[in-house]
Design a protein around this ligand. Structure first.
Ligand code: ADP
Length: 488
């Protein structure tokens, strides 16, 4: 059933356009949302389509006229109030996340704070949208640049961080003076709607944010946002294939694109590493949200001299994990998002076993459960011809590859078209610089497995995407420089 909230009005089963909840579409179509820990239906959301997307775009367009002219301080104040409301309601917001996404309540509290931190960060950054004075080569001219909001932005987000992926985009967009139309993942619409409610309470004017809920019409709504002349940019977090598709669809209107796509993070443990720290880092970077974050480790490369020690200590910890409902206190790891996710993990593990890998913890017990569970698993004897070597598993499987030399492991780590995050452990300072510079990724964790934060630019290279979110760079996605050259 529904979690008990201090403020039940944070649960809204609706879309949100022009500061109004849209509880039903004209044709009355809906789509179901499931509790991943039980496999049961928990709500039916209005199945919006192109018509509602257009209404949302027009609402955002109307709102833009005034919003872009507010002062940075005014926008910052609303974002700050929104942040405060999130913190005041963090328990309720966390319960909503656990309910729709499955992650444990403590992970969900972590997400709410991380999510709120983007509103706090951008409430502050709004005031620092500086332009430049550029010395002119011509005596009778003076040149400055100003930064202006790009306009209405289309936002498409995934289910793995139902709250944080929305604020990371809303925070930056609104701070820059843009207005937005968001389409949350159909698996996890509740968090987006709870955020809209708090945003409205914080004083967001009509139309500054809009939320279109859809499942079956996702493709059409996505295409509509990409092709609309009234939408200036698209910010997407999700799979690489969908990201490429959105990029193609947006070519005709030359949109500003911000894409945060899949990762296939390597995690390297050199022979001189602090093994305990490395194990701790691996647990954090591999098993957070049951392995369902885009910066989760996919491939563990461990130096042959310490591979036994490392895998022993890792499996001991993994065997102690308690899998179950995110609401149960003893649960350390929640379910996966849906059946498809479980099947993908299962097929990756089976493929690895078929090619010679050994299961040293977890593995498929064959037990059937109502929810979407897969046991946290450790595999050793991994080879490069296995699917896990090149595909993102997005589940709780730590796959250990062995290596001998730095050169060899860098080659293997970089042998992918993806490049989001990478991690390594070493106590040799020269090697730390060398490897950090050579890993083909957007973010590197050196001697740490936890890297996410609102204060730095988050994003990938190669086919992991373009653009950066968070940090002062996060505003670049939502602003254009305008040069003003003035004769005197
Ligand atoms: P995931 O594997 O995390 O579900 P997706 O890329 O499929 O990754 O989903 C991320 C977001 O993109 C979700 O909101 C989803 O509904 C949306 N989405 C999926 N396919 C499309 C599409 N063709 N056009 C627009 N959005 C899409």
């Amino acid at each position: 059933g529904q979690p008990e909230l201090k403020d039940p009005s944070l649960i809204k089963i609706a879309g949100f356009i022009d500061n109004e909840y849209i509880h039903a579409t004209n044709d009355g179509k809906t789509f179901p949302v499931f509790d991943p820990a039980q496999g049961t239906e928990i709500a039916n959301f209005p199945e919006m389509g192109v018509k509602e997307a257009e209404q949302a775009i027009q609402s955002a367009k109307r709102a833009l006229t005034e919003w872009r002219q507010t002062t940075a301080k005014e926008r910052g104040t609303i974002l700050r109030d929104w942040y405060n409301l999130m913190r005041e309601n963090e328990e309720d917001l966390a319960k909503i996340i656990t309910w729709e996404n499955g992650k444990t309540l403590s992970e969900a509290i972590g997400e709410v704070r991380y999510s709120a931190s983007f509103l706090e960060w951008f409430s502050e950054e709004a005031k620092r949208l500086y332009g430049e004075f550029i010395p002119s080569p011509i005596k009778t001219q003076r040149i400055i640049t100003i930064r202006q909001p790009i306009g209405v932005v289309g936002i498409i987000t995934p289910w793995n961080f139902p709250s944080a992926m929305i604020t990371r985009k809303f925070g930056a967009a609104l701070a820059a003076g843009c207005t937005a139309v968001a389409k949350p993942a159909s698996e996890t619409p509740f968090s987006a709607l709870a955020l809209a409610e708090l945003g409205m309470r914080a004083g967001l004017p009509k139309g500054v944010i809009n939320i279109v809920t859809t499942h079956s019409n996702t493709k059409d709504v996505g295409k509509y946002l990409c092709e609309s002349h009234d939408v200036a940019g698209i910010s997407f977090t999700g799979s690489t294939n969908v990201g490429k598709h959105l990029l193609k669809q947006s070519a005709d209107t030359v949109k500003k694109m911000s894409l945060e796509l899949g990762g296939n993070a390597p995690f390297i443990v050199f022979g001189d590493a602090d093994i305990d720290k490395a194990v701790e880092g691996a647990i954090a970077a591999k098993f957070r949200s049951s392995g369902q974050t885009c910066i989760c480790v996919n491939r563990l490369y461990v130096h042959s001299s310490i591979k036994e020690e490392f895998s022993k200590r890792l499996q001991d910890k993994v065997k102690k994990f308690q899998v179950g409902s995110g609401f149960d206190k003893q649960t350390t790891h929640g379910p996966l998002i849906n059946k498809g996710a479980v099947e993908k993990v299962r097929s990756h593990v089976e493929d690895a076993i078929k090619h010679g890998a050994t299961v040293v913890a977890g593995g498929d017990s064959g037990a059937t459960t109502n929810g979407y569970f897969y046991p946290p698993t450790v595999l050793i004897d991994m080879k490069n011809n296995m699917r896990i070597a090149s595909e993102e598993t997005f589940g709780p499987v730590a796959a250990i590859f062995e290596f001998e030399t730095e050169e060899e492991v860098l080659k293997a780590a970089n042998n992918t078209r993806l490049g989001l995050a990478g991690y390594f452990f070493s106590r040799d300072i020269s090697r730390c610089w060398r490897v950090a510079e050579k890993l083909e990724v957007g973010m590197v964790g050196v001697n740490t497995g936890t890297i996410s934060s609102e204060v730095f630019p988050f994003g990938g290279i190669k086919e992991s995407g373009m653009g950066r979110e968070g940090g002062r760079q996060g505003l670049d996605e939502y602003t254009q420089y305008k040069t003003i050259n003035m004769g005197i």
